[in-house]
Design a protein around this ligand. Structure first.
Ligand SMILES: Nc1ncnc2c1ncn2[C@@H]1O[C@H](COP(=O)(O)OP(=O)(O)OP(=O)(O)O)[C@@H](O)[C@H]1O
Length: 274
């Protein structure tokens, strides 16, 4: 999770890139005007977005824009000072960023995935045949069968990440939230994770994934762009990617103009001194 401080310039409010006439009519989760405070700042500053069931929604935006905070608010871990979340199912699975996970826990990959079933069977409950099958299936979904007996502490970053994604998948929760699940994974592993998320969505889940990865964004069904705790665009991934690029270019424009002015002054100084 980022602790980068927010630049408090107010973000420009741009129109949403795609109009989705049925966005509010479908099933799913709707956040409305969410405000969440963190470290004395408004990490979410009135965020409103729709997260449909049966689809993968990519959360995008720069460092500190509020993606993790929105995931945590949806998971019920970050209390909202204002706003509402409608359509939240009782069962939710959150896959945290790799750096947040207890990498030193004395657990094998299989045990870590089985932890995902604690909610159903209790910490001390026995894992029946069906549970064991689900654990193996979840490991296989992310190509981590060979990590089943390896200690988490002896895994690479990308391997551990895949096991954590399997821990989220095994729960088969109707709301699956993932914070940069493929950030340490290689391309093939990231593709497998994206395949698994698409499969969860095809089963009807609301799948929300924070990502900085363009390929994962392109593979999502829709996207939500956050800036300074506000949703500034949502809709089709390509439209949201275009909106993000336009905002980045607009933010760089004053600096580029300043650099150009500086260059002109320098050129004049150089020529007058020659
Ligand atoms: N544990 C924390 N304590 C205090 N402030 C926090 C904490 N975590 C996040 N914040 C602040 O909340 C704001 C939103 O952070 P958040 O982690 O949600 O952003 P993000 O979009 O997920 O960023 P990144 O892409 O870097 O992961 C930032 O201003 C950040 O400084």
């Amino acid at each position: 999770m980022s602790t980068a401080s927010l630049d408090r310039r107010p973000p420009a409010r741009t129109p949403r890139p795609t109009a989705e006439p049925h966005a509010d009519a479908g099933t799913g989760v709707r956040a409305e005007g969410l405000v969440v405070h963190r470290g004395g700042e408004r990490a979410l500053d009135g965020a409103t977005c729709w997260l449909p069931a049966g689809a993968v929604t990519a959360l995008v935006g720069g460092n500190g824009s509020g993606k993790s905070t929105l995931l945590e608010a949806l998971a019920g871990l970050a209390p909202a000072a204002a706003g509402t979340i409608a359509g939240l199912p009782a069962a939710r699975a959150l896959v945290v960023q790799r750096t947040d996970a207890g990498d030193r826990l004395p657990l094998t990959g299989r045990q870590a995935v089985a932890m995902g079933l604690w909610g159903e069977r209790g910490m001390l409950g026995r894992l029946g045949a069906a549970g064991r099958r689900r654990v193996e299936e979840a490991l296989a979904q992310v190509g981590a069968e060979h990590l089943a007996d390896r200690q988490l502490s002896a895994m690479s970053g990308g391997q551990r990440q895949r096991v954590l994604v399997a821990q989220g998948l095994v729960q088969r929760a109707p709301l699956l939230l993932l914070d940069e699940p493929g950030s340490a994974a290689d391309d093939a592993s990231r593709d497998r994770i994206d395949d698994a998320l698409a499969a969860a969505a095809a089963e009807g889940a609301v799948v929300v994934v924070a990502t900085h990865d363009r390929r994962s964004l392109a593979r999502a069904d829709r996207a939500v762009l956050l800036d300074h705790g506000l949703v500034v665009a949502e809709g089709a991934p390509e439209a949201v990617a275009a909106a993000q690029a336009a905002r980045a270019a607009a933010a760089l424009a004053p600096a580029a103009a300043e650099a150009q002015r500086g260059g002109a002054v320098e050129a004049r100084t150089t020529s007058s001194g020659a």
